[in-house]
Design a protein around this ligand. Structure first.
Ligand SMILES: C[S@@+](CC[C@H](N)C(=O)[O-])C[C@H]1O[C@@H](n2cnc3c(N)ncnc32)[C@H](O)[C@@H]1O
Length: 264
């Protein structure tokens, strides 16, 4: 079977990948050369040499980003819940001879809470807004990230920012209606015909949620795409008040775990 025939057999494709023989997996993609045009803007915002780095690509799809990060020397784990996309990803990695460097697993993002591994770089693009429990996912990923996260989400228009106050008086909640207040629109029905689009945060909401999970935003190389550094001086809310809530949410015996932590 030629590469084109195999590409056809594995369709439909969401990632347009330029295969080694010059053919493409989704040349007529409705967004253009996707996600190549996004990568072109992001690629200089992360280290060119990723030798020795471990990378986790969440919602890896056909593995466009896993591939590019592996080409830079990283050892990559890609996860996705969709078996069809993982088939594409495994086949593509073989075509580039990178199948030893990349491991794909069928997993839900929340399953990561029950794994031991941590990663230098967590690639979290195009998934956050598809989740019913987005902050839980971000709390889990904060535990998994050693250095850097590249984060992308569907978002609300606008780039307003504000210095979020330490406290808001009970009778002064009007401030929370300002455009810059960190917020997220809930999509009860569909957005762009897709019933799995649940949330659209605003710009300050993204910065604040990342901050609340222990990340500092250091750059925005592309629309809706944030470079977030795991800042050890920033406490994640898990280190402060809600560790037991987190443990309960990931299905752990929180009473026992909290006692263990206190005894340490
Ligand atoms: C919009 S695509 C984004 C693909 C890729 N990350 C990108 O930015 O081009 C969303 C991908 O995330 C996967 N996905 C959605 N929800 C997920 C979840 N809860 N856990 C793991 N993967 C998920 C989908 O199967 C799909 O491949």
């Amino acid at each position: 079977m030629s590469l084109s025939e195999k590409t056809e057999a594995l369709s439909p494709w969401f990632h347009n990948i330029h295969l080694p023989d010059g053919t493409q997996t989704a040349p007529d993609h409705f967004l253009g050369d996707f996600p190549g045009f996004k990568w072109d803007k992001i690629k200089d915002a992360i280290p060119e040499d990723l030798s020795g780095w471990s990378v986790l690509d969440i919602g890896c799809n056909a593995g466009f980003y896993s591939l590019e990060l592996a080409k830079r020397g990283a050892r990559v784990t890609g996860i996705d819940l969709d078996e069809h996309y993982l088939k594409q990803a495994n086949w593509v990695a073989e075509q580039f001879g990178l199948d030893e460097q990349i491991t794909y697993k069928q997993m839900q993002v929340y399953d990561l809470a029950h794994t031991e591994e941590e990663y230098d770089l967590v690639w979290f693009m195009g998934v956050f807004y598809h989740l019913r429990y987005p902050l839980l996912a971000l709390d889990i990923l904060s535990q998994k990230t050693k250095q850097l996260m590249v984060f992308q989400t569907l978002s609300l228009p606008g780039r307003e920012e504000m210095g979020v106050p330490e406290d808001v008086e009970f009778h002064k909640r009007e401030i929370m209606k300002s455009d810059a207040w960190p917020s997220m629109a809930f999509i009860e029905n569909k957005l762009a015909g897709d019933p799995t689009n649940w949330w659209a945060p605003n710009h300050q909401g993204i910065i604040s949620m990342l901050g609340s999970c222990g990340f500092k935003v250091t750059g925005m190389p592309e629309d809706e795409t944030y470079i977030a550094v795991k800042d050890k001086t920033l406490y994640s809310c898990l280190d402060t008040w809600n560790y037991s809530e987190y443990l309960s949410a990931i299905g752990k015996d929180w009473q026992q775990e909290v006692m263990k932590k206190i005894k340490k």
